[in-house]
Ligand binder design. Structure first.
Ligand code: SF4
Length: 475
């Protein structure tokens, strides 16, 4: 399962804002590894540099030196809408001349196709297949005068998840959708201000966390400091997977540091699904803390049974069948000397399609593990996500059509236990009402009927007869 993106913004006269953005994107690399981009502004013009690949591959001294100014925004991307091509690298530059702005987006717009059609009828042209351009052109199309009012106009039309950073030639803006699906926080740095998907990006560049950007809020940053504008917040719906998997364990969201929250998930799993075992491990990196929590609660030793080969970007894997066939071996390397003959509890963050877990179980068995007991930090995923998580259609979700016992047999484990919804909420220790948990319950906080109807229709049409879906990534 993949999340869609990381965004960052900085307004700081006298700082090398491009370099600060580069290091912040480094800290947000886990949120997207397909492409990276930075736009800067110096009061007169906007400059952009970006490409496919990891942050360290895209930028070098020369490209950073060309990105001058005192304002910058940056983006790391994993595409959930719009194909993985250079044309879709963000930030996108929207609009002509003095009114142009750069925009970077984390999330997914549910009514993007409808808005796209409407904007095309009004004469707007599109150069990418990403829904971010729909957001940008919608802002541009607003009859309002000021940029803040134009954004607020767009917010009334947009359905879906969006945490945005926007840069004009002399201002920085941050926007969070009224449901607050994706995180966005505000911080300060010596002579200025920063915005980031996660607080870990602030820590790395010496910025101080101030607060979250609230659901429905627009923050407007310029020479007079930070101004805030609020749209009415709707039903709160922060994605619970930020706590389980997406965000880095050293990030703080809603005042809760993720590392202990994940440890608590593991401890709760140990209480809900105890088993006779010798060792506990977490599938790295996202389930490491939960693995430690399980081990501590169960009074069992913790081990790092799999070593992770970090940041194997999918751009470099997907085009080559032979490389793709290597599968999890590209990602994980087991330690047979530690694992041989052991009854092992393996804690993981989720099972989506059920394609990766059997390979992990197989890898561990080949390393000599005697028993594999899978423990999952999330309840079964039975419904697709429409808010920026590249999950699957309902047909592809293994828990949508198999029981827990059937999934256990399918993945080849000796036992399987999922964390309950109540146990998950207890571990996160925040009110249940602030979360989206639609992929467990089917209770979507934002209307998704059109999208669901479309998926249901497509399920009845053979793939080869389906029309290509403009602007929507082939899954
Ligand atoms: S449906 Fe699931 S993955 Fe998607 S936003 Fe809601 S909780 Fe997150």
């Amino acid at each position: 399962m993949h999340e869609s993106c990381g965004v960052f913004g900085v307004y700081a006269p006298n700082e090398d804002v491009a370099r600060l953005t580069f290091f912040a994107l480094f800290a947000l690399q886990h949120r997207g590894q397909e492409s990276a981009g930075i736009a800067t502004a110096d009061g007169r013009r906007i400059q952009f540099s970006g490409d496919m690949g990891l942050v360290a591959q895209v930028f070098n001294e020369e490209s950073l030196a060309h990105l001058t100014g005192h304002i910058a925004i940056g983006h790391t991307r994993y595409s959930t809408r719009g194909s993985s091509r250079k044309i879709n690298v963000q930030p996108l530059i929207i609009g002509p001349g003095a009114d142009s702005f750069a925009i970077a987006h984390n999330g997914n717009i549910v009514n993007a196709e409808h808005l796209h059609q409407e904007l095309c009828e009004q004469g707007y042209t599109f150069h990418t297949s990403s829904d971010t351009e729909v957001v940008g052109n919608l802002i541009l199309s607003s009859p309002e005068k000021s940029l803040v009012d134009k954004i607020r106009y767009a917010m009334h039309r947009l359905q879906g998840a969006y945490s945005l950073v926007i840069l004009t030639k002399d201002k920085l803006l941050g926007v969070r959708d009224p449901w607050g699906v994706r995180p966005l926080c505000l911080g300060s740095i010596d002579s200025g201000w920063v915005l980031a998907s996660e607080s870990c990006a602030l820590n790395h560049i010496g910025a101080e966390f101030i607060r979250e950007v609230e659901p429905g809020e627009v923050v407007y940053i310029g020479e007079h400091g930070v101004e805030s504008y609020r749209e009415e917040a709707l039903r709160r719906a922060l994605c619970i997977f930020e706590y389980i998997y997406f965000a880095r364990p050293d990030s703080v969201i809603n005042g809760r540091l993720l590392y202990p929250a994940r440890q608590a998930m593991g401890a709760q799993l140990a209480r809900e699904h105890p088993v006779e075992a010798d060792l506990v491990m977490g599938v790295p990196d996202s389930a490491t803390a939960a693995g430690i929590g399980y081990a501590r609660e169960a009074n069992l030793p913790f081990c790092e049974g799999l070593l992770k080969n970090r940041y194997v970007g999918r751009t470099f894997i997907e085009p080559d069948q032979r490389i793709r066939d290597l599968g999890v071996k590209l990602k994980f390397n087991p330690l047979p000397q530690l694992l041989e003959g052991q009854r092992l509890v393996v804690v993981d963050d989720s099972i989506v399609r059920g394609t990766t877990t059997p390979k992990v179980v197989d890898l561990l068995r080949r390393a000599g593990v005697k028993e594999v007991h899978m423990r999952i930090c999330a309840p079964p995923i039975r419904y697709p996500c429409f808010f920026g998580v590249d999950m699957a259609t309902r047909r592809e979700l293994i828990a949508a059509h198999k029981s827990v016992a059937e999934i256990r047999d399918f993945i080849g484990a000796d036992s399987l236990g999922y964390l309950s919804i109540e146990g998950l909420i207890k571990a996160v220790d925040l009110p249940r009402e602030i979360f989206c948990m639609a992929c467990f319950t089917g209770d979507y906080p934002i209307p998704v009927q059109l999208e669901m109807d479309k998926l249901a229709l497509e399920a009845t049409i053979p793939a080869e007869e389906q029309a290509p879906r403009v602007g929507v990534k082939e899954r």
